[in-house]
Design a protein around this ligand. Structure first.
Ligand code: PEP
Ligand code: MG
Length: 584
């Protein structure tokens, strides 16, 4: 019998899973070339067309999943967009011109796209090649009739190199106990989805296929970041005794939407990061007062072609009507140039530093103007604020305001009713931090995007597990940057809403409170634990805690100091086992 072996991993979704290994088949379906005569080629084109239609139908079904409790992702909209774009046409042309089987054509065309994208130095571009790989696999599965469920997934531990978003949604329905991947960071699509599905997941485990076999027993420890191969009966019993870590254990789910207070009566606001109107009801019942971040690019994914002014107007009205008086902060498109159909083949060398977000909106304001018009119209009689993403300085605010003014003037001239949305700036680049006061004098509020702020401040790719140790939310530079943003906003007398993942993690929330945060916007699943924590702690204690950590020199020291304080003073306010995890 094989010996127990422990392998460190990156914990990306909390929880523990014990089961037998299932290697994910179908992610890399092999294709061989068959040469066809002209008659066979015609039949092959029909066969491909049928598979294409079935794939589109299947994706439409998944994308229009209307259960608000199911994590639905706009990712499938991206897949539909790929299927309905020139990608499918190119495959058809290849079958026709080369007279080959559909599988071979799919492989040739998708390999071409994937190679183009893999050669890009920025690893965050990996997500895009995963999407193409995923779409190719949809087609191959339809061609081979192998789209049926794999019954062995239930109760097993899935092992895969990369996991595409659609695969994770498909396998989550079949109830595996955990997932292990080679690649992926805390913020990669699949990790986010695993957290939403409450599926324990670790990444960064290389070449597992070389030294384990399907059916081997493994424990996935998504709390401490470890996998245990061939665990002894004793180890299994120890982990089983731990039970399923319950994020909400001991947490009272609030149905009270009145202003929440810390135990020294400091008011704070909890908002939700939501893109779907039907999801707001749940968030509201948990204590959310409005939507602090609506990522409008979710409309681009879901609608295939870029939604028109009227379609966007409808979507913004729907979300604002669902939220009502507490309002919604709608962030303008935070996407790269490749997301707009006309530039589908644009390849950015370094996408996260490229032509995206506000830069794209200003470089070619065509889509921005349409979005602004629909937002101004939807804001008539509704509580809608506009947030500008990836601001790097005052110049972009000035130029954006000029465009907003022009569109406002034009709409008024045409006799169209419009509202007066407040304007906010995302603070997520180092230059925005350094000029935060200047920016704050030009806008009505700031949104602190800590996901990107950590990435840009520390020059570390947020999607790359290989540099996960350098993605340090508690780095002294991050703490100082956040402190200076709150100072700037206070001097300019405007509010700051924290809407990055930091606002939804109890480990960081007392730090944010002590640094000056009063508005926290997060995923719905995080609301109960953050609400419970904030109502149980006091502002003076949080300020004292922050004063202590501000003299420390490393993220590790800060983490240690916080953990010690939490364990001593507030351990009952954290989810069980939460303080055993690593937080940097
Ligand atoms: C952020 O950067 O913190 C943020 C909230 O936006 P996103 O995660 O969409 O980049
Ligand atoms: Mg961001």
């Amino acid at each position: 019998m094989n010996r127990e072996q422990r392998i460190p991993a990156l914990a990306v979704s909390r929880g523990i899973g014990i089961g037998q290994i299932v290697f994910l088949r179908g992610e890399n379906i092999r294709s061989v070339r068959f040469d066809l005569n002209s008659e066979e080629t015609e039949a092959e084109l029909l066969r491909f067309k049928a598979a294409l239609d079935k794939s589109i139908l299947r994706l439409h079904e998944i994308a229009s999943n209307d259960d608000p409790n199911e994590p639905v992702s706009g990712i499938f909209g991206v897949h539909l967009l790929i299927l309905e774009s020139s990608f499918a046409e190119k495959i058809q042309t290849f079958i026709h011109e080369e007279r080959v089987n559909a599988e071979w054509a799919i492989r040739m065309i998708s390999d071409h796209y994937i190679k183009q994208q893999e050669s890009v130095s920025d690893i965050s571009f990996r997500d895009k090649y995963l999407d193409i790989k995923d779409v190719a696999n949809h087609l191959l599965k339809e061609l081979n009739g192998s789209h049926a469920a794999d019954p062995t997934v239930s109760g097993s531990v899935i092992v895969a190199r990369d996991l595409s978003p659609s695969t994770i949604i498909e396998i989550a329905k079949k109830k595996p106990v955990a997932i292990i991947t080679e690649l992926g960071g805390w913020t990669s699509h699949s990790s986010i989805l695993a957290r939403e599905f409450d599926l324990p997941m670790v990444s960064g485990v290389r070449n597992l296929e070389q030294f384990v076999s399907a059916g081997d027993c493994v424990i996935v420890d998504g709390v401490n970041g470890e996998i245990i191969l061939n665990p002894s009966d004793k180890t299994v019993a120890e982990f089983e005794a731990l039970g399923k870590p319950d994020k909400h254990s001991g947490i009272h789910i609030s149905h009270n939407n009145e202003a929440a207070k810390t135990n020294d009566a400091t008011h704070f606001l909890i908002r939700a990061n939501i893109d779907k109107p039907e999801s707001y009801e749940t968030a509201k019942n948990m204590g959310a007062q409005g939507i602090g971040l609506y990522r409008s690019e979710s409309l681009l994914r879901q609608s295939g072609p870029i939604p028109t002014e009227d379609q966007q107007f409808e979507a913004y009205c729907q979300i604002a009507d669902a939220v009502g008086e507490h309002g919604v902060k709608i962030r303008t498109f935070d996407v790269g140039v490749e997301r707009f159909g006309s530039d589908a083949h644009w390849v950015e060398r370094n996408p996260s530093l490229g032509l995206r977000a506000i830069r794209l909106s200003l470089a070619d304001p065509t889509h921005f103007r349409i979005q602004i018009r629909s937002l101004l119209r939807a804001a008539f009689g509704r509580n809608i604020d506009i947030v500008l993403p990836m601001i790097s300085g005052v110049g972009e605010i000035t130029r954006s305001k000029a465009i907003i003014e022009e569109e406002r003037f034009d709409l008024i001239k045409s006799g169209i009713d419009i509202g007066k949305p407040k304007l906010g700036a995302m603070i997520e680049t180092p230059s925005a931090v350094l000029t935060a006061f200047d920016i704050a004098t030009q806008v009505d509020f700031l949104c602190l995007g800590t996901n990107d702020l950590v990435q840009y401040l520390l020059a570390v790719d947020r999607d790359n597990d290989a540099v996960a140790d350098w993605y340090q939310t508690l780095h002294p530079a991050v703490i100082r940057a956040i402190a200076s943003v709150f100072d700037a906003a206070q001097k300019a007398d405007i509010p700051v809403s924290v809407c990055g993942e930091m606002a939804g993690s109890p480990f960081y929330v007392p730090v944010l409170l002590g640094l000056g945060a009063r508005e926290f916007s997060m995923n719905t699943t995080s609301i109960p634990q953050v609400l419970q924590l904030l109502t149980g702690i006091s502002l003076p204690d949080s300020i004292a805690l922050v004063t202590n950590i501000q003299s420390l020199l490393t993220a590790e020291e800060i983490e240690g100091c916080l953990r010690e304080y939490y364990l001593k003073n507030w351990s009952a306010l954290f989810p069980l086992d939460f303080l055993n995890s690593r937080f940097r």
